[in-house]
Design a protein around this ligand. Structure first.
Ligand code: C2E
Ligand code: SIN
Ligand code: SIN
Ligand code: FE
Length: 526
């Protein structure tokens, strides 16, 4: 039996939830007012894919172009051919694609003469989706044509949206990942502080001078200048290295330092920035950038994330902890950023880490390899940051176009992580890439089979499906325990590596203990 047959389907949810109220904008272009009237009658009160239509009218090619130039969100043009000239409509189609460079809007040509089709070459070069004789446009046919065309418009927009999100997310997250891992290569505290400053400068493209200061104790400690130590400083501040913060500087930055230490977060001022993080031993770490730093909200989030990472790295450096422990913490934090977008997977990343460890141990891997898998597994779905919300959070089953967008998360995750140097991140890249491959070679994205799939990914494939089936997802309820176990058993040798399935059942008590220990806040298994 194929596991895919078991998808629980809820037909009522077959619509986009995120932007369900936004109407589709459809432009009717025709020089005959009757056509507008008839079209409005035919389409007026109909919902398409859960969204109503907003019908716009233009009565000439010129007017149509002006409307399209002023409105980027028109989904579909019902375009008459002969208006102020024999080819007025075709001119509109050409201008939309070539001059306005609008390749999204869908075009249905409507001709008055049945049987007179525009040349094929015209249809292809202007990406015209359909042409119909007006006499052919009965209410039903018009509805079908509009529905099909809006569906393809929606798919185009989803892909477009994904491309934009990816550009933004990848830039940000990759920088944080890279910056964090290069910091770990620093050995001494001094070099560490220098690394932090350099990475932050690269992250934000700023040129300003900066200071890295450690304060022992709370706000009151600032009364004693000796409580501060400048670990590293650039430019005009460099003379302060290894010394207390001078009274001039202290006085100047004091209000924001106080605020940062009192409230425990970074302070963004117009003409300087104070990054804050506290080590477990209680020392406050301040990163002061002197000069205006123009930060978008997204940049600020990155800086905050970076500062949190830095504080963990710093603590661990102080504690002489294993470098890879630190990376694991950072990976959790990065994964949290990802999982924040999918509220229904709450404790999912914790469980994935522990499942990975248990299964690796049960398969006889050495502790060290099991630790690497534990640390890397929470990033298995990092590529989901590139999946538009309308797909990721869709309450029901995905259609083919959405599914193909969803499937890109494996390749995306790999692309984000593949250039990282740290061993954990390299393993994470492989897991992200291969966790949806199947033992029988019918998975995605590469259709790898058998032991061509990395062991870490074969392990996570079982863990991922076990976890997904046991819990509620936005698109499916939790399955009862016995059905979940049946699915894993049935997948042995087809979906999953038989050895991993055997290891799974051999360690079932531990697996179920992990599931109990890190329960989702909502949506428990039955
Ligand atoms: P998969 O089938 O490759 O799906 C990968 C991800 O695509 C899922 O991760 C989920 O985020 C998304 N996804 C898949 N189908 C749908 C859908 O119908 N609607 C929506 N909105 N999203 C969907 P997730 O949830 O972590 O699942 C991981 C894996 O667990 C799945 O990989 C699949 O192998 C298995 N799985 C999950 N639910 C079911 C199920 O109901 N039946 C079966 N046979 N397998 C399931
Ligand atoms: C018209 O409908 O205005 C003339 C026929 C055509 O569009 O080709
Ligand atoms: C009409 O003109 O109202 C009928 C559609 C056509 O031009 O063929
Ligand atoms: Fe996945």
């Amino acid at each position: 039996m194929e596991l895919e047959d078991d998808w629980l389907i809820d037909d009522s949810a077959d619509e986009l939830s995120a932007d369900a109220i936004e109407p589709w904008q459809v432009l009717i272009v025709d020089d005959e007012p009757d056509i507008h009237r008839v079209t409005r009658l035919a389409l007026g009160n109909i919902d398409f894919l859960g969204r109503p239509l907003a019908l716009l009218s233009a009565y000439s090619g010129r007017e149509a172009l002006a409307t399209l130039a002023a409105n980027d969100d028109i989904a579909l043009v019902l375009l008459d051919v002969v208006m102020e000239s024999e080819e007025a409509g075709l001119k509109v189609a050409r201008a939309v694609r070539e001059e306005l460079q609008n390749h999204r809007v869908r075009i249905i040509l409507r001709t008055g003469q049945p049987g007179v089709a525009p040349e094929r070459q015209v249809i292809e070069s202007y990406d015209i989706n359909d042409y119909k004789a007006k006499t052919e446009l009965t209410r039903d046919k018009l509805y079908t044509a509009v529905l099909g065309t809006l569906r393809s418009y929606r798919d185009i927009m989803l892909i477009e949206q994904q491309r934009q999100m990816l550009a933004a997310n990848r830039r940000g997250l990759l920088k944080v990942i890279e910056a964090s891992s290069s910091i770990f290569q620093q050995q001494s505290i001094r070099r560490f502080a220098q690394g932090v400053l350099e990475q932050l400068q690269a992250l934000l493209f700023f040129e300003q001078e900066a200071l890295y200061v450690v304060v022992k104790g709370g706000v009151a400690a600032l009364e004693d200048q000796g409580a501060t130590t400048v670990l590293y400083a650039t430019g005009g501040f460099s003379a302060l290295c290894d010394k207390p913060l001078s009274s001039d500087e202290l006085a100047r930055f004091r209000p924001s330092i106080d605020a940062a230490m009192l409230h425990g977060h970074s302070v963004f001022e117009d003409d300087y920035f104070v990054g804050f993080f506290r080590s477990h031993q209680g020392a406050a770490n301040l990163l002061i950038i002197d000069g205006p730093v123009a930060l978008s909200t997204a940049d600020r989030d990155l800086v905050e994330l970076f500062c949190r990472n830095v504080s963990i790295a710093f603590e661990n450096l102080m504690l002489r902890a294993e470098v890879e422990d630190t990376q694991r913490d950072i990976i959790y934090r990065l994964s949290e950023v990802v999982e924040n977008r999918s509220p229904d997977t709450g404790q999912h990343i914790r469980r994935m880490a522990e499942f990975g460890w248990v299964l690796a141990r049960a398969l006889g891997l050495p502790d060290e390899d099991a630790e690497i898998i534990r640390a890397a597994s929470p990033l298995h779905d990092v590529g989901k940051v590139g999946i538009p919300d309308a797909v990721l959070h869709k309450p029901g089953p995905l259609d083919a176009a959405e599914r193909s967008i969803m499937d890109t998360h494996a390749q995306l995750g790999y692309t984000m992580l593949k250039d990282a140097k740290a061993r954990i991140l390299k393993t994470a890249a492989v897991i992200a890439h291969q966790h949806h491959e199947r033992w029988d070679g019918t998975g995605y994205p590469q259709k790898l089979a058998g032991t061509d799939i990395a062991l870490a990914a074969r392990i996570m494939a079982v863990a991922d499906v076990y976890d997904a089936l046991s819990h509620t997802r936005c698109y499916k309820p939790a399955w009862p325990r016995e059905e979940v176990l049946d699915a894993i058993r049935l997948g042995r040798g087809s979906q999953f590596d038989p050895a991993v399935v055997d290891a799974f059942f051999a360690s079932l008590p531990e697996i179920e203990a992990i599931r109990e220990r890190w329960r989702d806040d909502t949506g428990e298994a039955a």
